[in-house]
Design a protein around this ligand. Structure first.
Ligand code: ADE
Length: 363
């Protein structure tokens, strides 16, 4: 792999062992420790498929596509990743670029405001480059249209000048790979969605997988943690590695200030209580949502705009960040009439939650 390819995808140097495939806990921990200095203290993301925990079906399928493309000396087909935030869509894309020995150019739907932005980026792609567009569902239609011919025929046609001076320029592009990432696959227009040959859904991780993520990250951060401590953090991470790593950092801080620096179950539980994370991993915003639905709207149905206004939050934050996990654990339902709290959701708020806001909520 060339130095420039590494530098554009990741910061810091690279001393990973690309041949390593042993996925045993010991091997993962050993490689994590070996790579710690090269990753930088805060970079906990795995840098090769063999270090990636969870999403096995997705990773296996991508590995085959990557190997096959490399074998043919071809570029990888365009790929779309969808699923809730924090599950590894960006990380997997970075690993793909690394394993394809190429450069990842990172941009996002909202950043590509004008057609000129997207034409500029596309015309700068080199053969095999990976163009990663985060929040691809937020591309404007005008910008999206340029991607159709770029993805299919590796060319863009655009018009310069106006009126009698207008002329169409056909710009051939290098063959590149587009990776789109979205929390809202349903918001992608069919013509764009159909141009991705590879489509993957990332789902929440199991507690055991998150425990492995926590253990690996603690090793990289050189934080002593016992198995029970890792289990407590894992169970409160909402099946999401990004949350697990954030909670691990908060628990580490707590352990260093209030304890001897070691994380066990007791330290982890106390630290997360102080952070406002309950035993199911619901944080203040999750509970505010549930409380609003149960107390102000009597358990629903309530429209998302009304809930967002009452909770003083963005609709998009509630829809993308809060609701997917509450849906997954069966605390709420999305019905045609609006959002409803289930009896489990109402139980979590406590009986008082259904009595028009009387009494204390039990978290
Ligand atoms: N850090 C964040 N996500 C991870 C994953 N899926 N595997 C290993 N480490 C991670």
């Amino acid at each position: 792999m060339s130095e420039s390819a590494r530098e554009r995808v990741f910061t810091g140097s690279d001393s990973l062992d690309p041949g390593a495939e042993d996925r045993s806990a010991d091997a993962l921990a050993e490689r994590a420790a070996r790579n710690a200095s090269s990753l930088g203290m805060n970079d906990l993301r795995p840098r090769q498929f063999s270090d990636y925990i969870g999403q096995r079906d997705v990773v296996n399928s991508i590995q085959i596509a990557v190997e096959a493309a490399k074998h043919r000396g071809d570029t990888l087909d365009h790929a779309l990743f969808h699923g809730p935030p924090g599950l590894g869509k960006t990380t997997i894309s970075q690993i793909i670029a690394r394993e394809m020995d190429t450069t990842l150019v990172h941009t996002s739907g909202p950043a590509l405001e004008r057609p000129a932005d997207v034409v500029g980026i596309l015309s700068n792609q080199k053969h095999g480059d990976v163009l990663f567009i985060d929040e691809i569902h937020r591309l404007s239609y005008a910008v999206e249209e340029y991607l159709y011919s770029a993805m299919e025929d590796f060319r863009v046609d655009f018009i310069t000048g106006t009126g009698a001076f207008a002329k169409t320029i056909n710009l051939p592009l290098q063959k590149f790979t587009l990776i789109g990432s979205t929390t809202r696959a349903g918001m992608l227009s069919p013509p764009l969605r159909e141009r991705f040959a590879l489509t993957y859904h990332l789902d929440y991780y199991s507690d055991d997988e998150i425990k492995q993520v926590v253990t690996r990250s603690a090793m990289i951060l050189s934080v002593p943690i016992d198995e029970d401590g890792a289990v407590v953090i894992a169970k409160r991470s909402r099946g999401t590695p990004r949350i697990a790593n954030n909670l691990l950092r908060r628990v580490r801080d707590f352990a260093q200030v209030r304890g001897d620096g070691t994380i066990d179950a007791e330290v982890a539980a106390e630290a997360l209580r102080v952070e406002g994370v309950d035993e199911l991993g619901l944080d203040r915003l999750d509970r505010l949502y549930l409380e609003t639905l149960c107390r102000q709207y009597g358990g629903g149905p309530a429209g998302i705009n009304a809930l967002a206004a009452s909770a003083n939050e963005e609709v998009q934050t509630l829809e993308d960040v809060v609701e997917p996990f509450l849906l997954k654990i069966g605390f709420i339902l999305r019905t045609p009439q609006g959002r409803r709290a289930t009896s489990a959701g109402m139980g979590h708020v406590g009986d008082d939650g259904m009595r028009g806001g009387q009494g204390a909520l039990i978290w």
